[in-house]
Design a protein around this ligand. Structure first.
Ligand code: NDP
Length: 325
């Protein structure tokens, strides 16, 4: 659903590398584009929907899962409508634009008896995962500190990512969630407090959304994280400090190969289709009736941190407590 950049350049090719998934239809506001997808991917033109007639997908047995790849503020509506149609859902990040919306999304899917997951592809990249798996094992021990950055210079000033009504927020929503994900994934706990700062160098371009946000997280076991996200410059790295030794990734959050070092040993820069692994794993979860590692709950936990980041900035407070799930 939503045949834009990510769907076209990443997800469509990834389908060809999956073992358990097949593209059997699309939802698009552009009939000509949808027809091209039907020709290219070999599904029936009857399996093309638009945003108005979408609900009739309920009667289509060819379609088990809806993958939502729309501007952020449209996610909740289509999670709820997919659930009402009895379809499992993968929703792109950020799952919703507030924690309250995430709770509604989870509730709708639970009530309909369908599974909800988020497009957190990095969980399925073995090199990214390696730094998490080292935690709690010899020689690493527990994680004491995580540094996570994800930033890129925003080009086109006319795109929806700069419009609050469609994006929800700026860099923090779009790529800051890679930092919240990394901090939570590598520490292995839920943060209890956040302190955040905002910097805006271009108030015209970023009139509606945030440009640069730095935030620090405090974890119950004593670990801390320092994160930076921006639409003003380039940064894409992770550093994990264990009780003994450290690991680092650069680039850390892109489509791969994720490269880095763990305990002075280079990680082999292998290229995986993170999206194919992610989609196949969701099918496994549906078949086995188990919750995905990247279920809607992960989306909610990140949304709680994002909400707290914005609260800390709005209140000018050094420390904001994060609401628990
Ligand atoms: P694009 O702008 O390239 O595509 C969005 C698509 O949504 C459009 O092509 C359009 O598809 C549809 N759409 C429906 N209504 C609107 C509207 N009012 N304005 C704009 N588009 C609309 O965005 P991306 O593909 O880059 O991002 C989509 C989602 O995917 C976002 O939530 C983003 O955060 C996420 N994403 C995730 C990535 C990841 O690595 N996990 C990477 C990149 C993006 P149509 O013409 O078919 O209706």
């Amino acid at each position: 659903m939503g045949l834009g950049n990510y769907a076209t350049r990443q997800l469509a090719p990834a389908f060809k590398e999956t073992h358990h998934c097949k593209l059997t239809g699309v939802v698009s506001g552009d009939p000509a584009k949808a027809k091209r997808w039907s020709d290219e991917h070999g599904f029936a033109p009857e399996n093309i929907y638009d945003y108005e007639n979408f609900d009739s997908i309920a009667k289509n047995p060819d379609i088990d899962v809806v993958y939502i790849v729309l501007p952020n503020s449209m996610h909740l509506e289509f999670i709820e409508r997919s659930a009402a149609a009895g379809k499992h859902v993968i929703c792109e990040k950020p799952m919703t634009v507030t924690a309250e919306e995430s709770r509604r999304a989870i509730k709708a899917c639970r009530a309909a008896g369908v599974q909800l997951s988020v497009g957190y592809r990095l969980h399925f990249d073995p090199n990214y995962r390696a730094l998490m798996l080292a935690r709690g094992t010899a020689p690493s021990g527990q994680v004491r500190y995580v540094q996570a950055d994800m930033a890129f210079p925003m080009g086109n000033p006319n795109q929806w990512r700069l419009r609050k009504a469609l994006a929800g927020g700026g860099a923090m929503y779009d790529v800051g969630v890679y930092c919240t994900q990394s901090a939570r994934f590598f520490v292995g706990e839920e943060p209890i407090a956040v302190t955040a700062q905002e910097i805006k160098t271009d108030p015209v371009k970023f009139a509606e959304v945030d440009e640069t946000i730095m935030f620090q997280l405090e974890f119950p076991g004593g670990a801390t994280a320092n994160c930076t996200t921006s639409y003003g410059f380039r940064s894409n790295s992770v550093h994990v400090d264990y009780q003994k030794g450290w690991g680092s990734l650069q680039p850390a959050h892109n489509y791969g190969p994720i490269q880095g070092v763990l305990h002075n040993q280079p990680l082999e820069p292998r290229k995986f289709s993170q999206q194919a692994l992610q989609m196949d794993d969701f099918v496994r979860c549906i078949r086995e009736g188990v919750e995905s590692e990247v279920s809607g709950l992960e989306g909610l936990k990140d949304a709680l941190v994002v909400d707290a980041v914005y609260q800390s900035i709005a209140n000018g407070s050094r420390r904001t407590l994060i609401e628990s799930v």
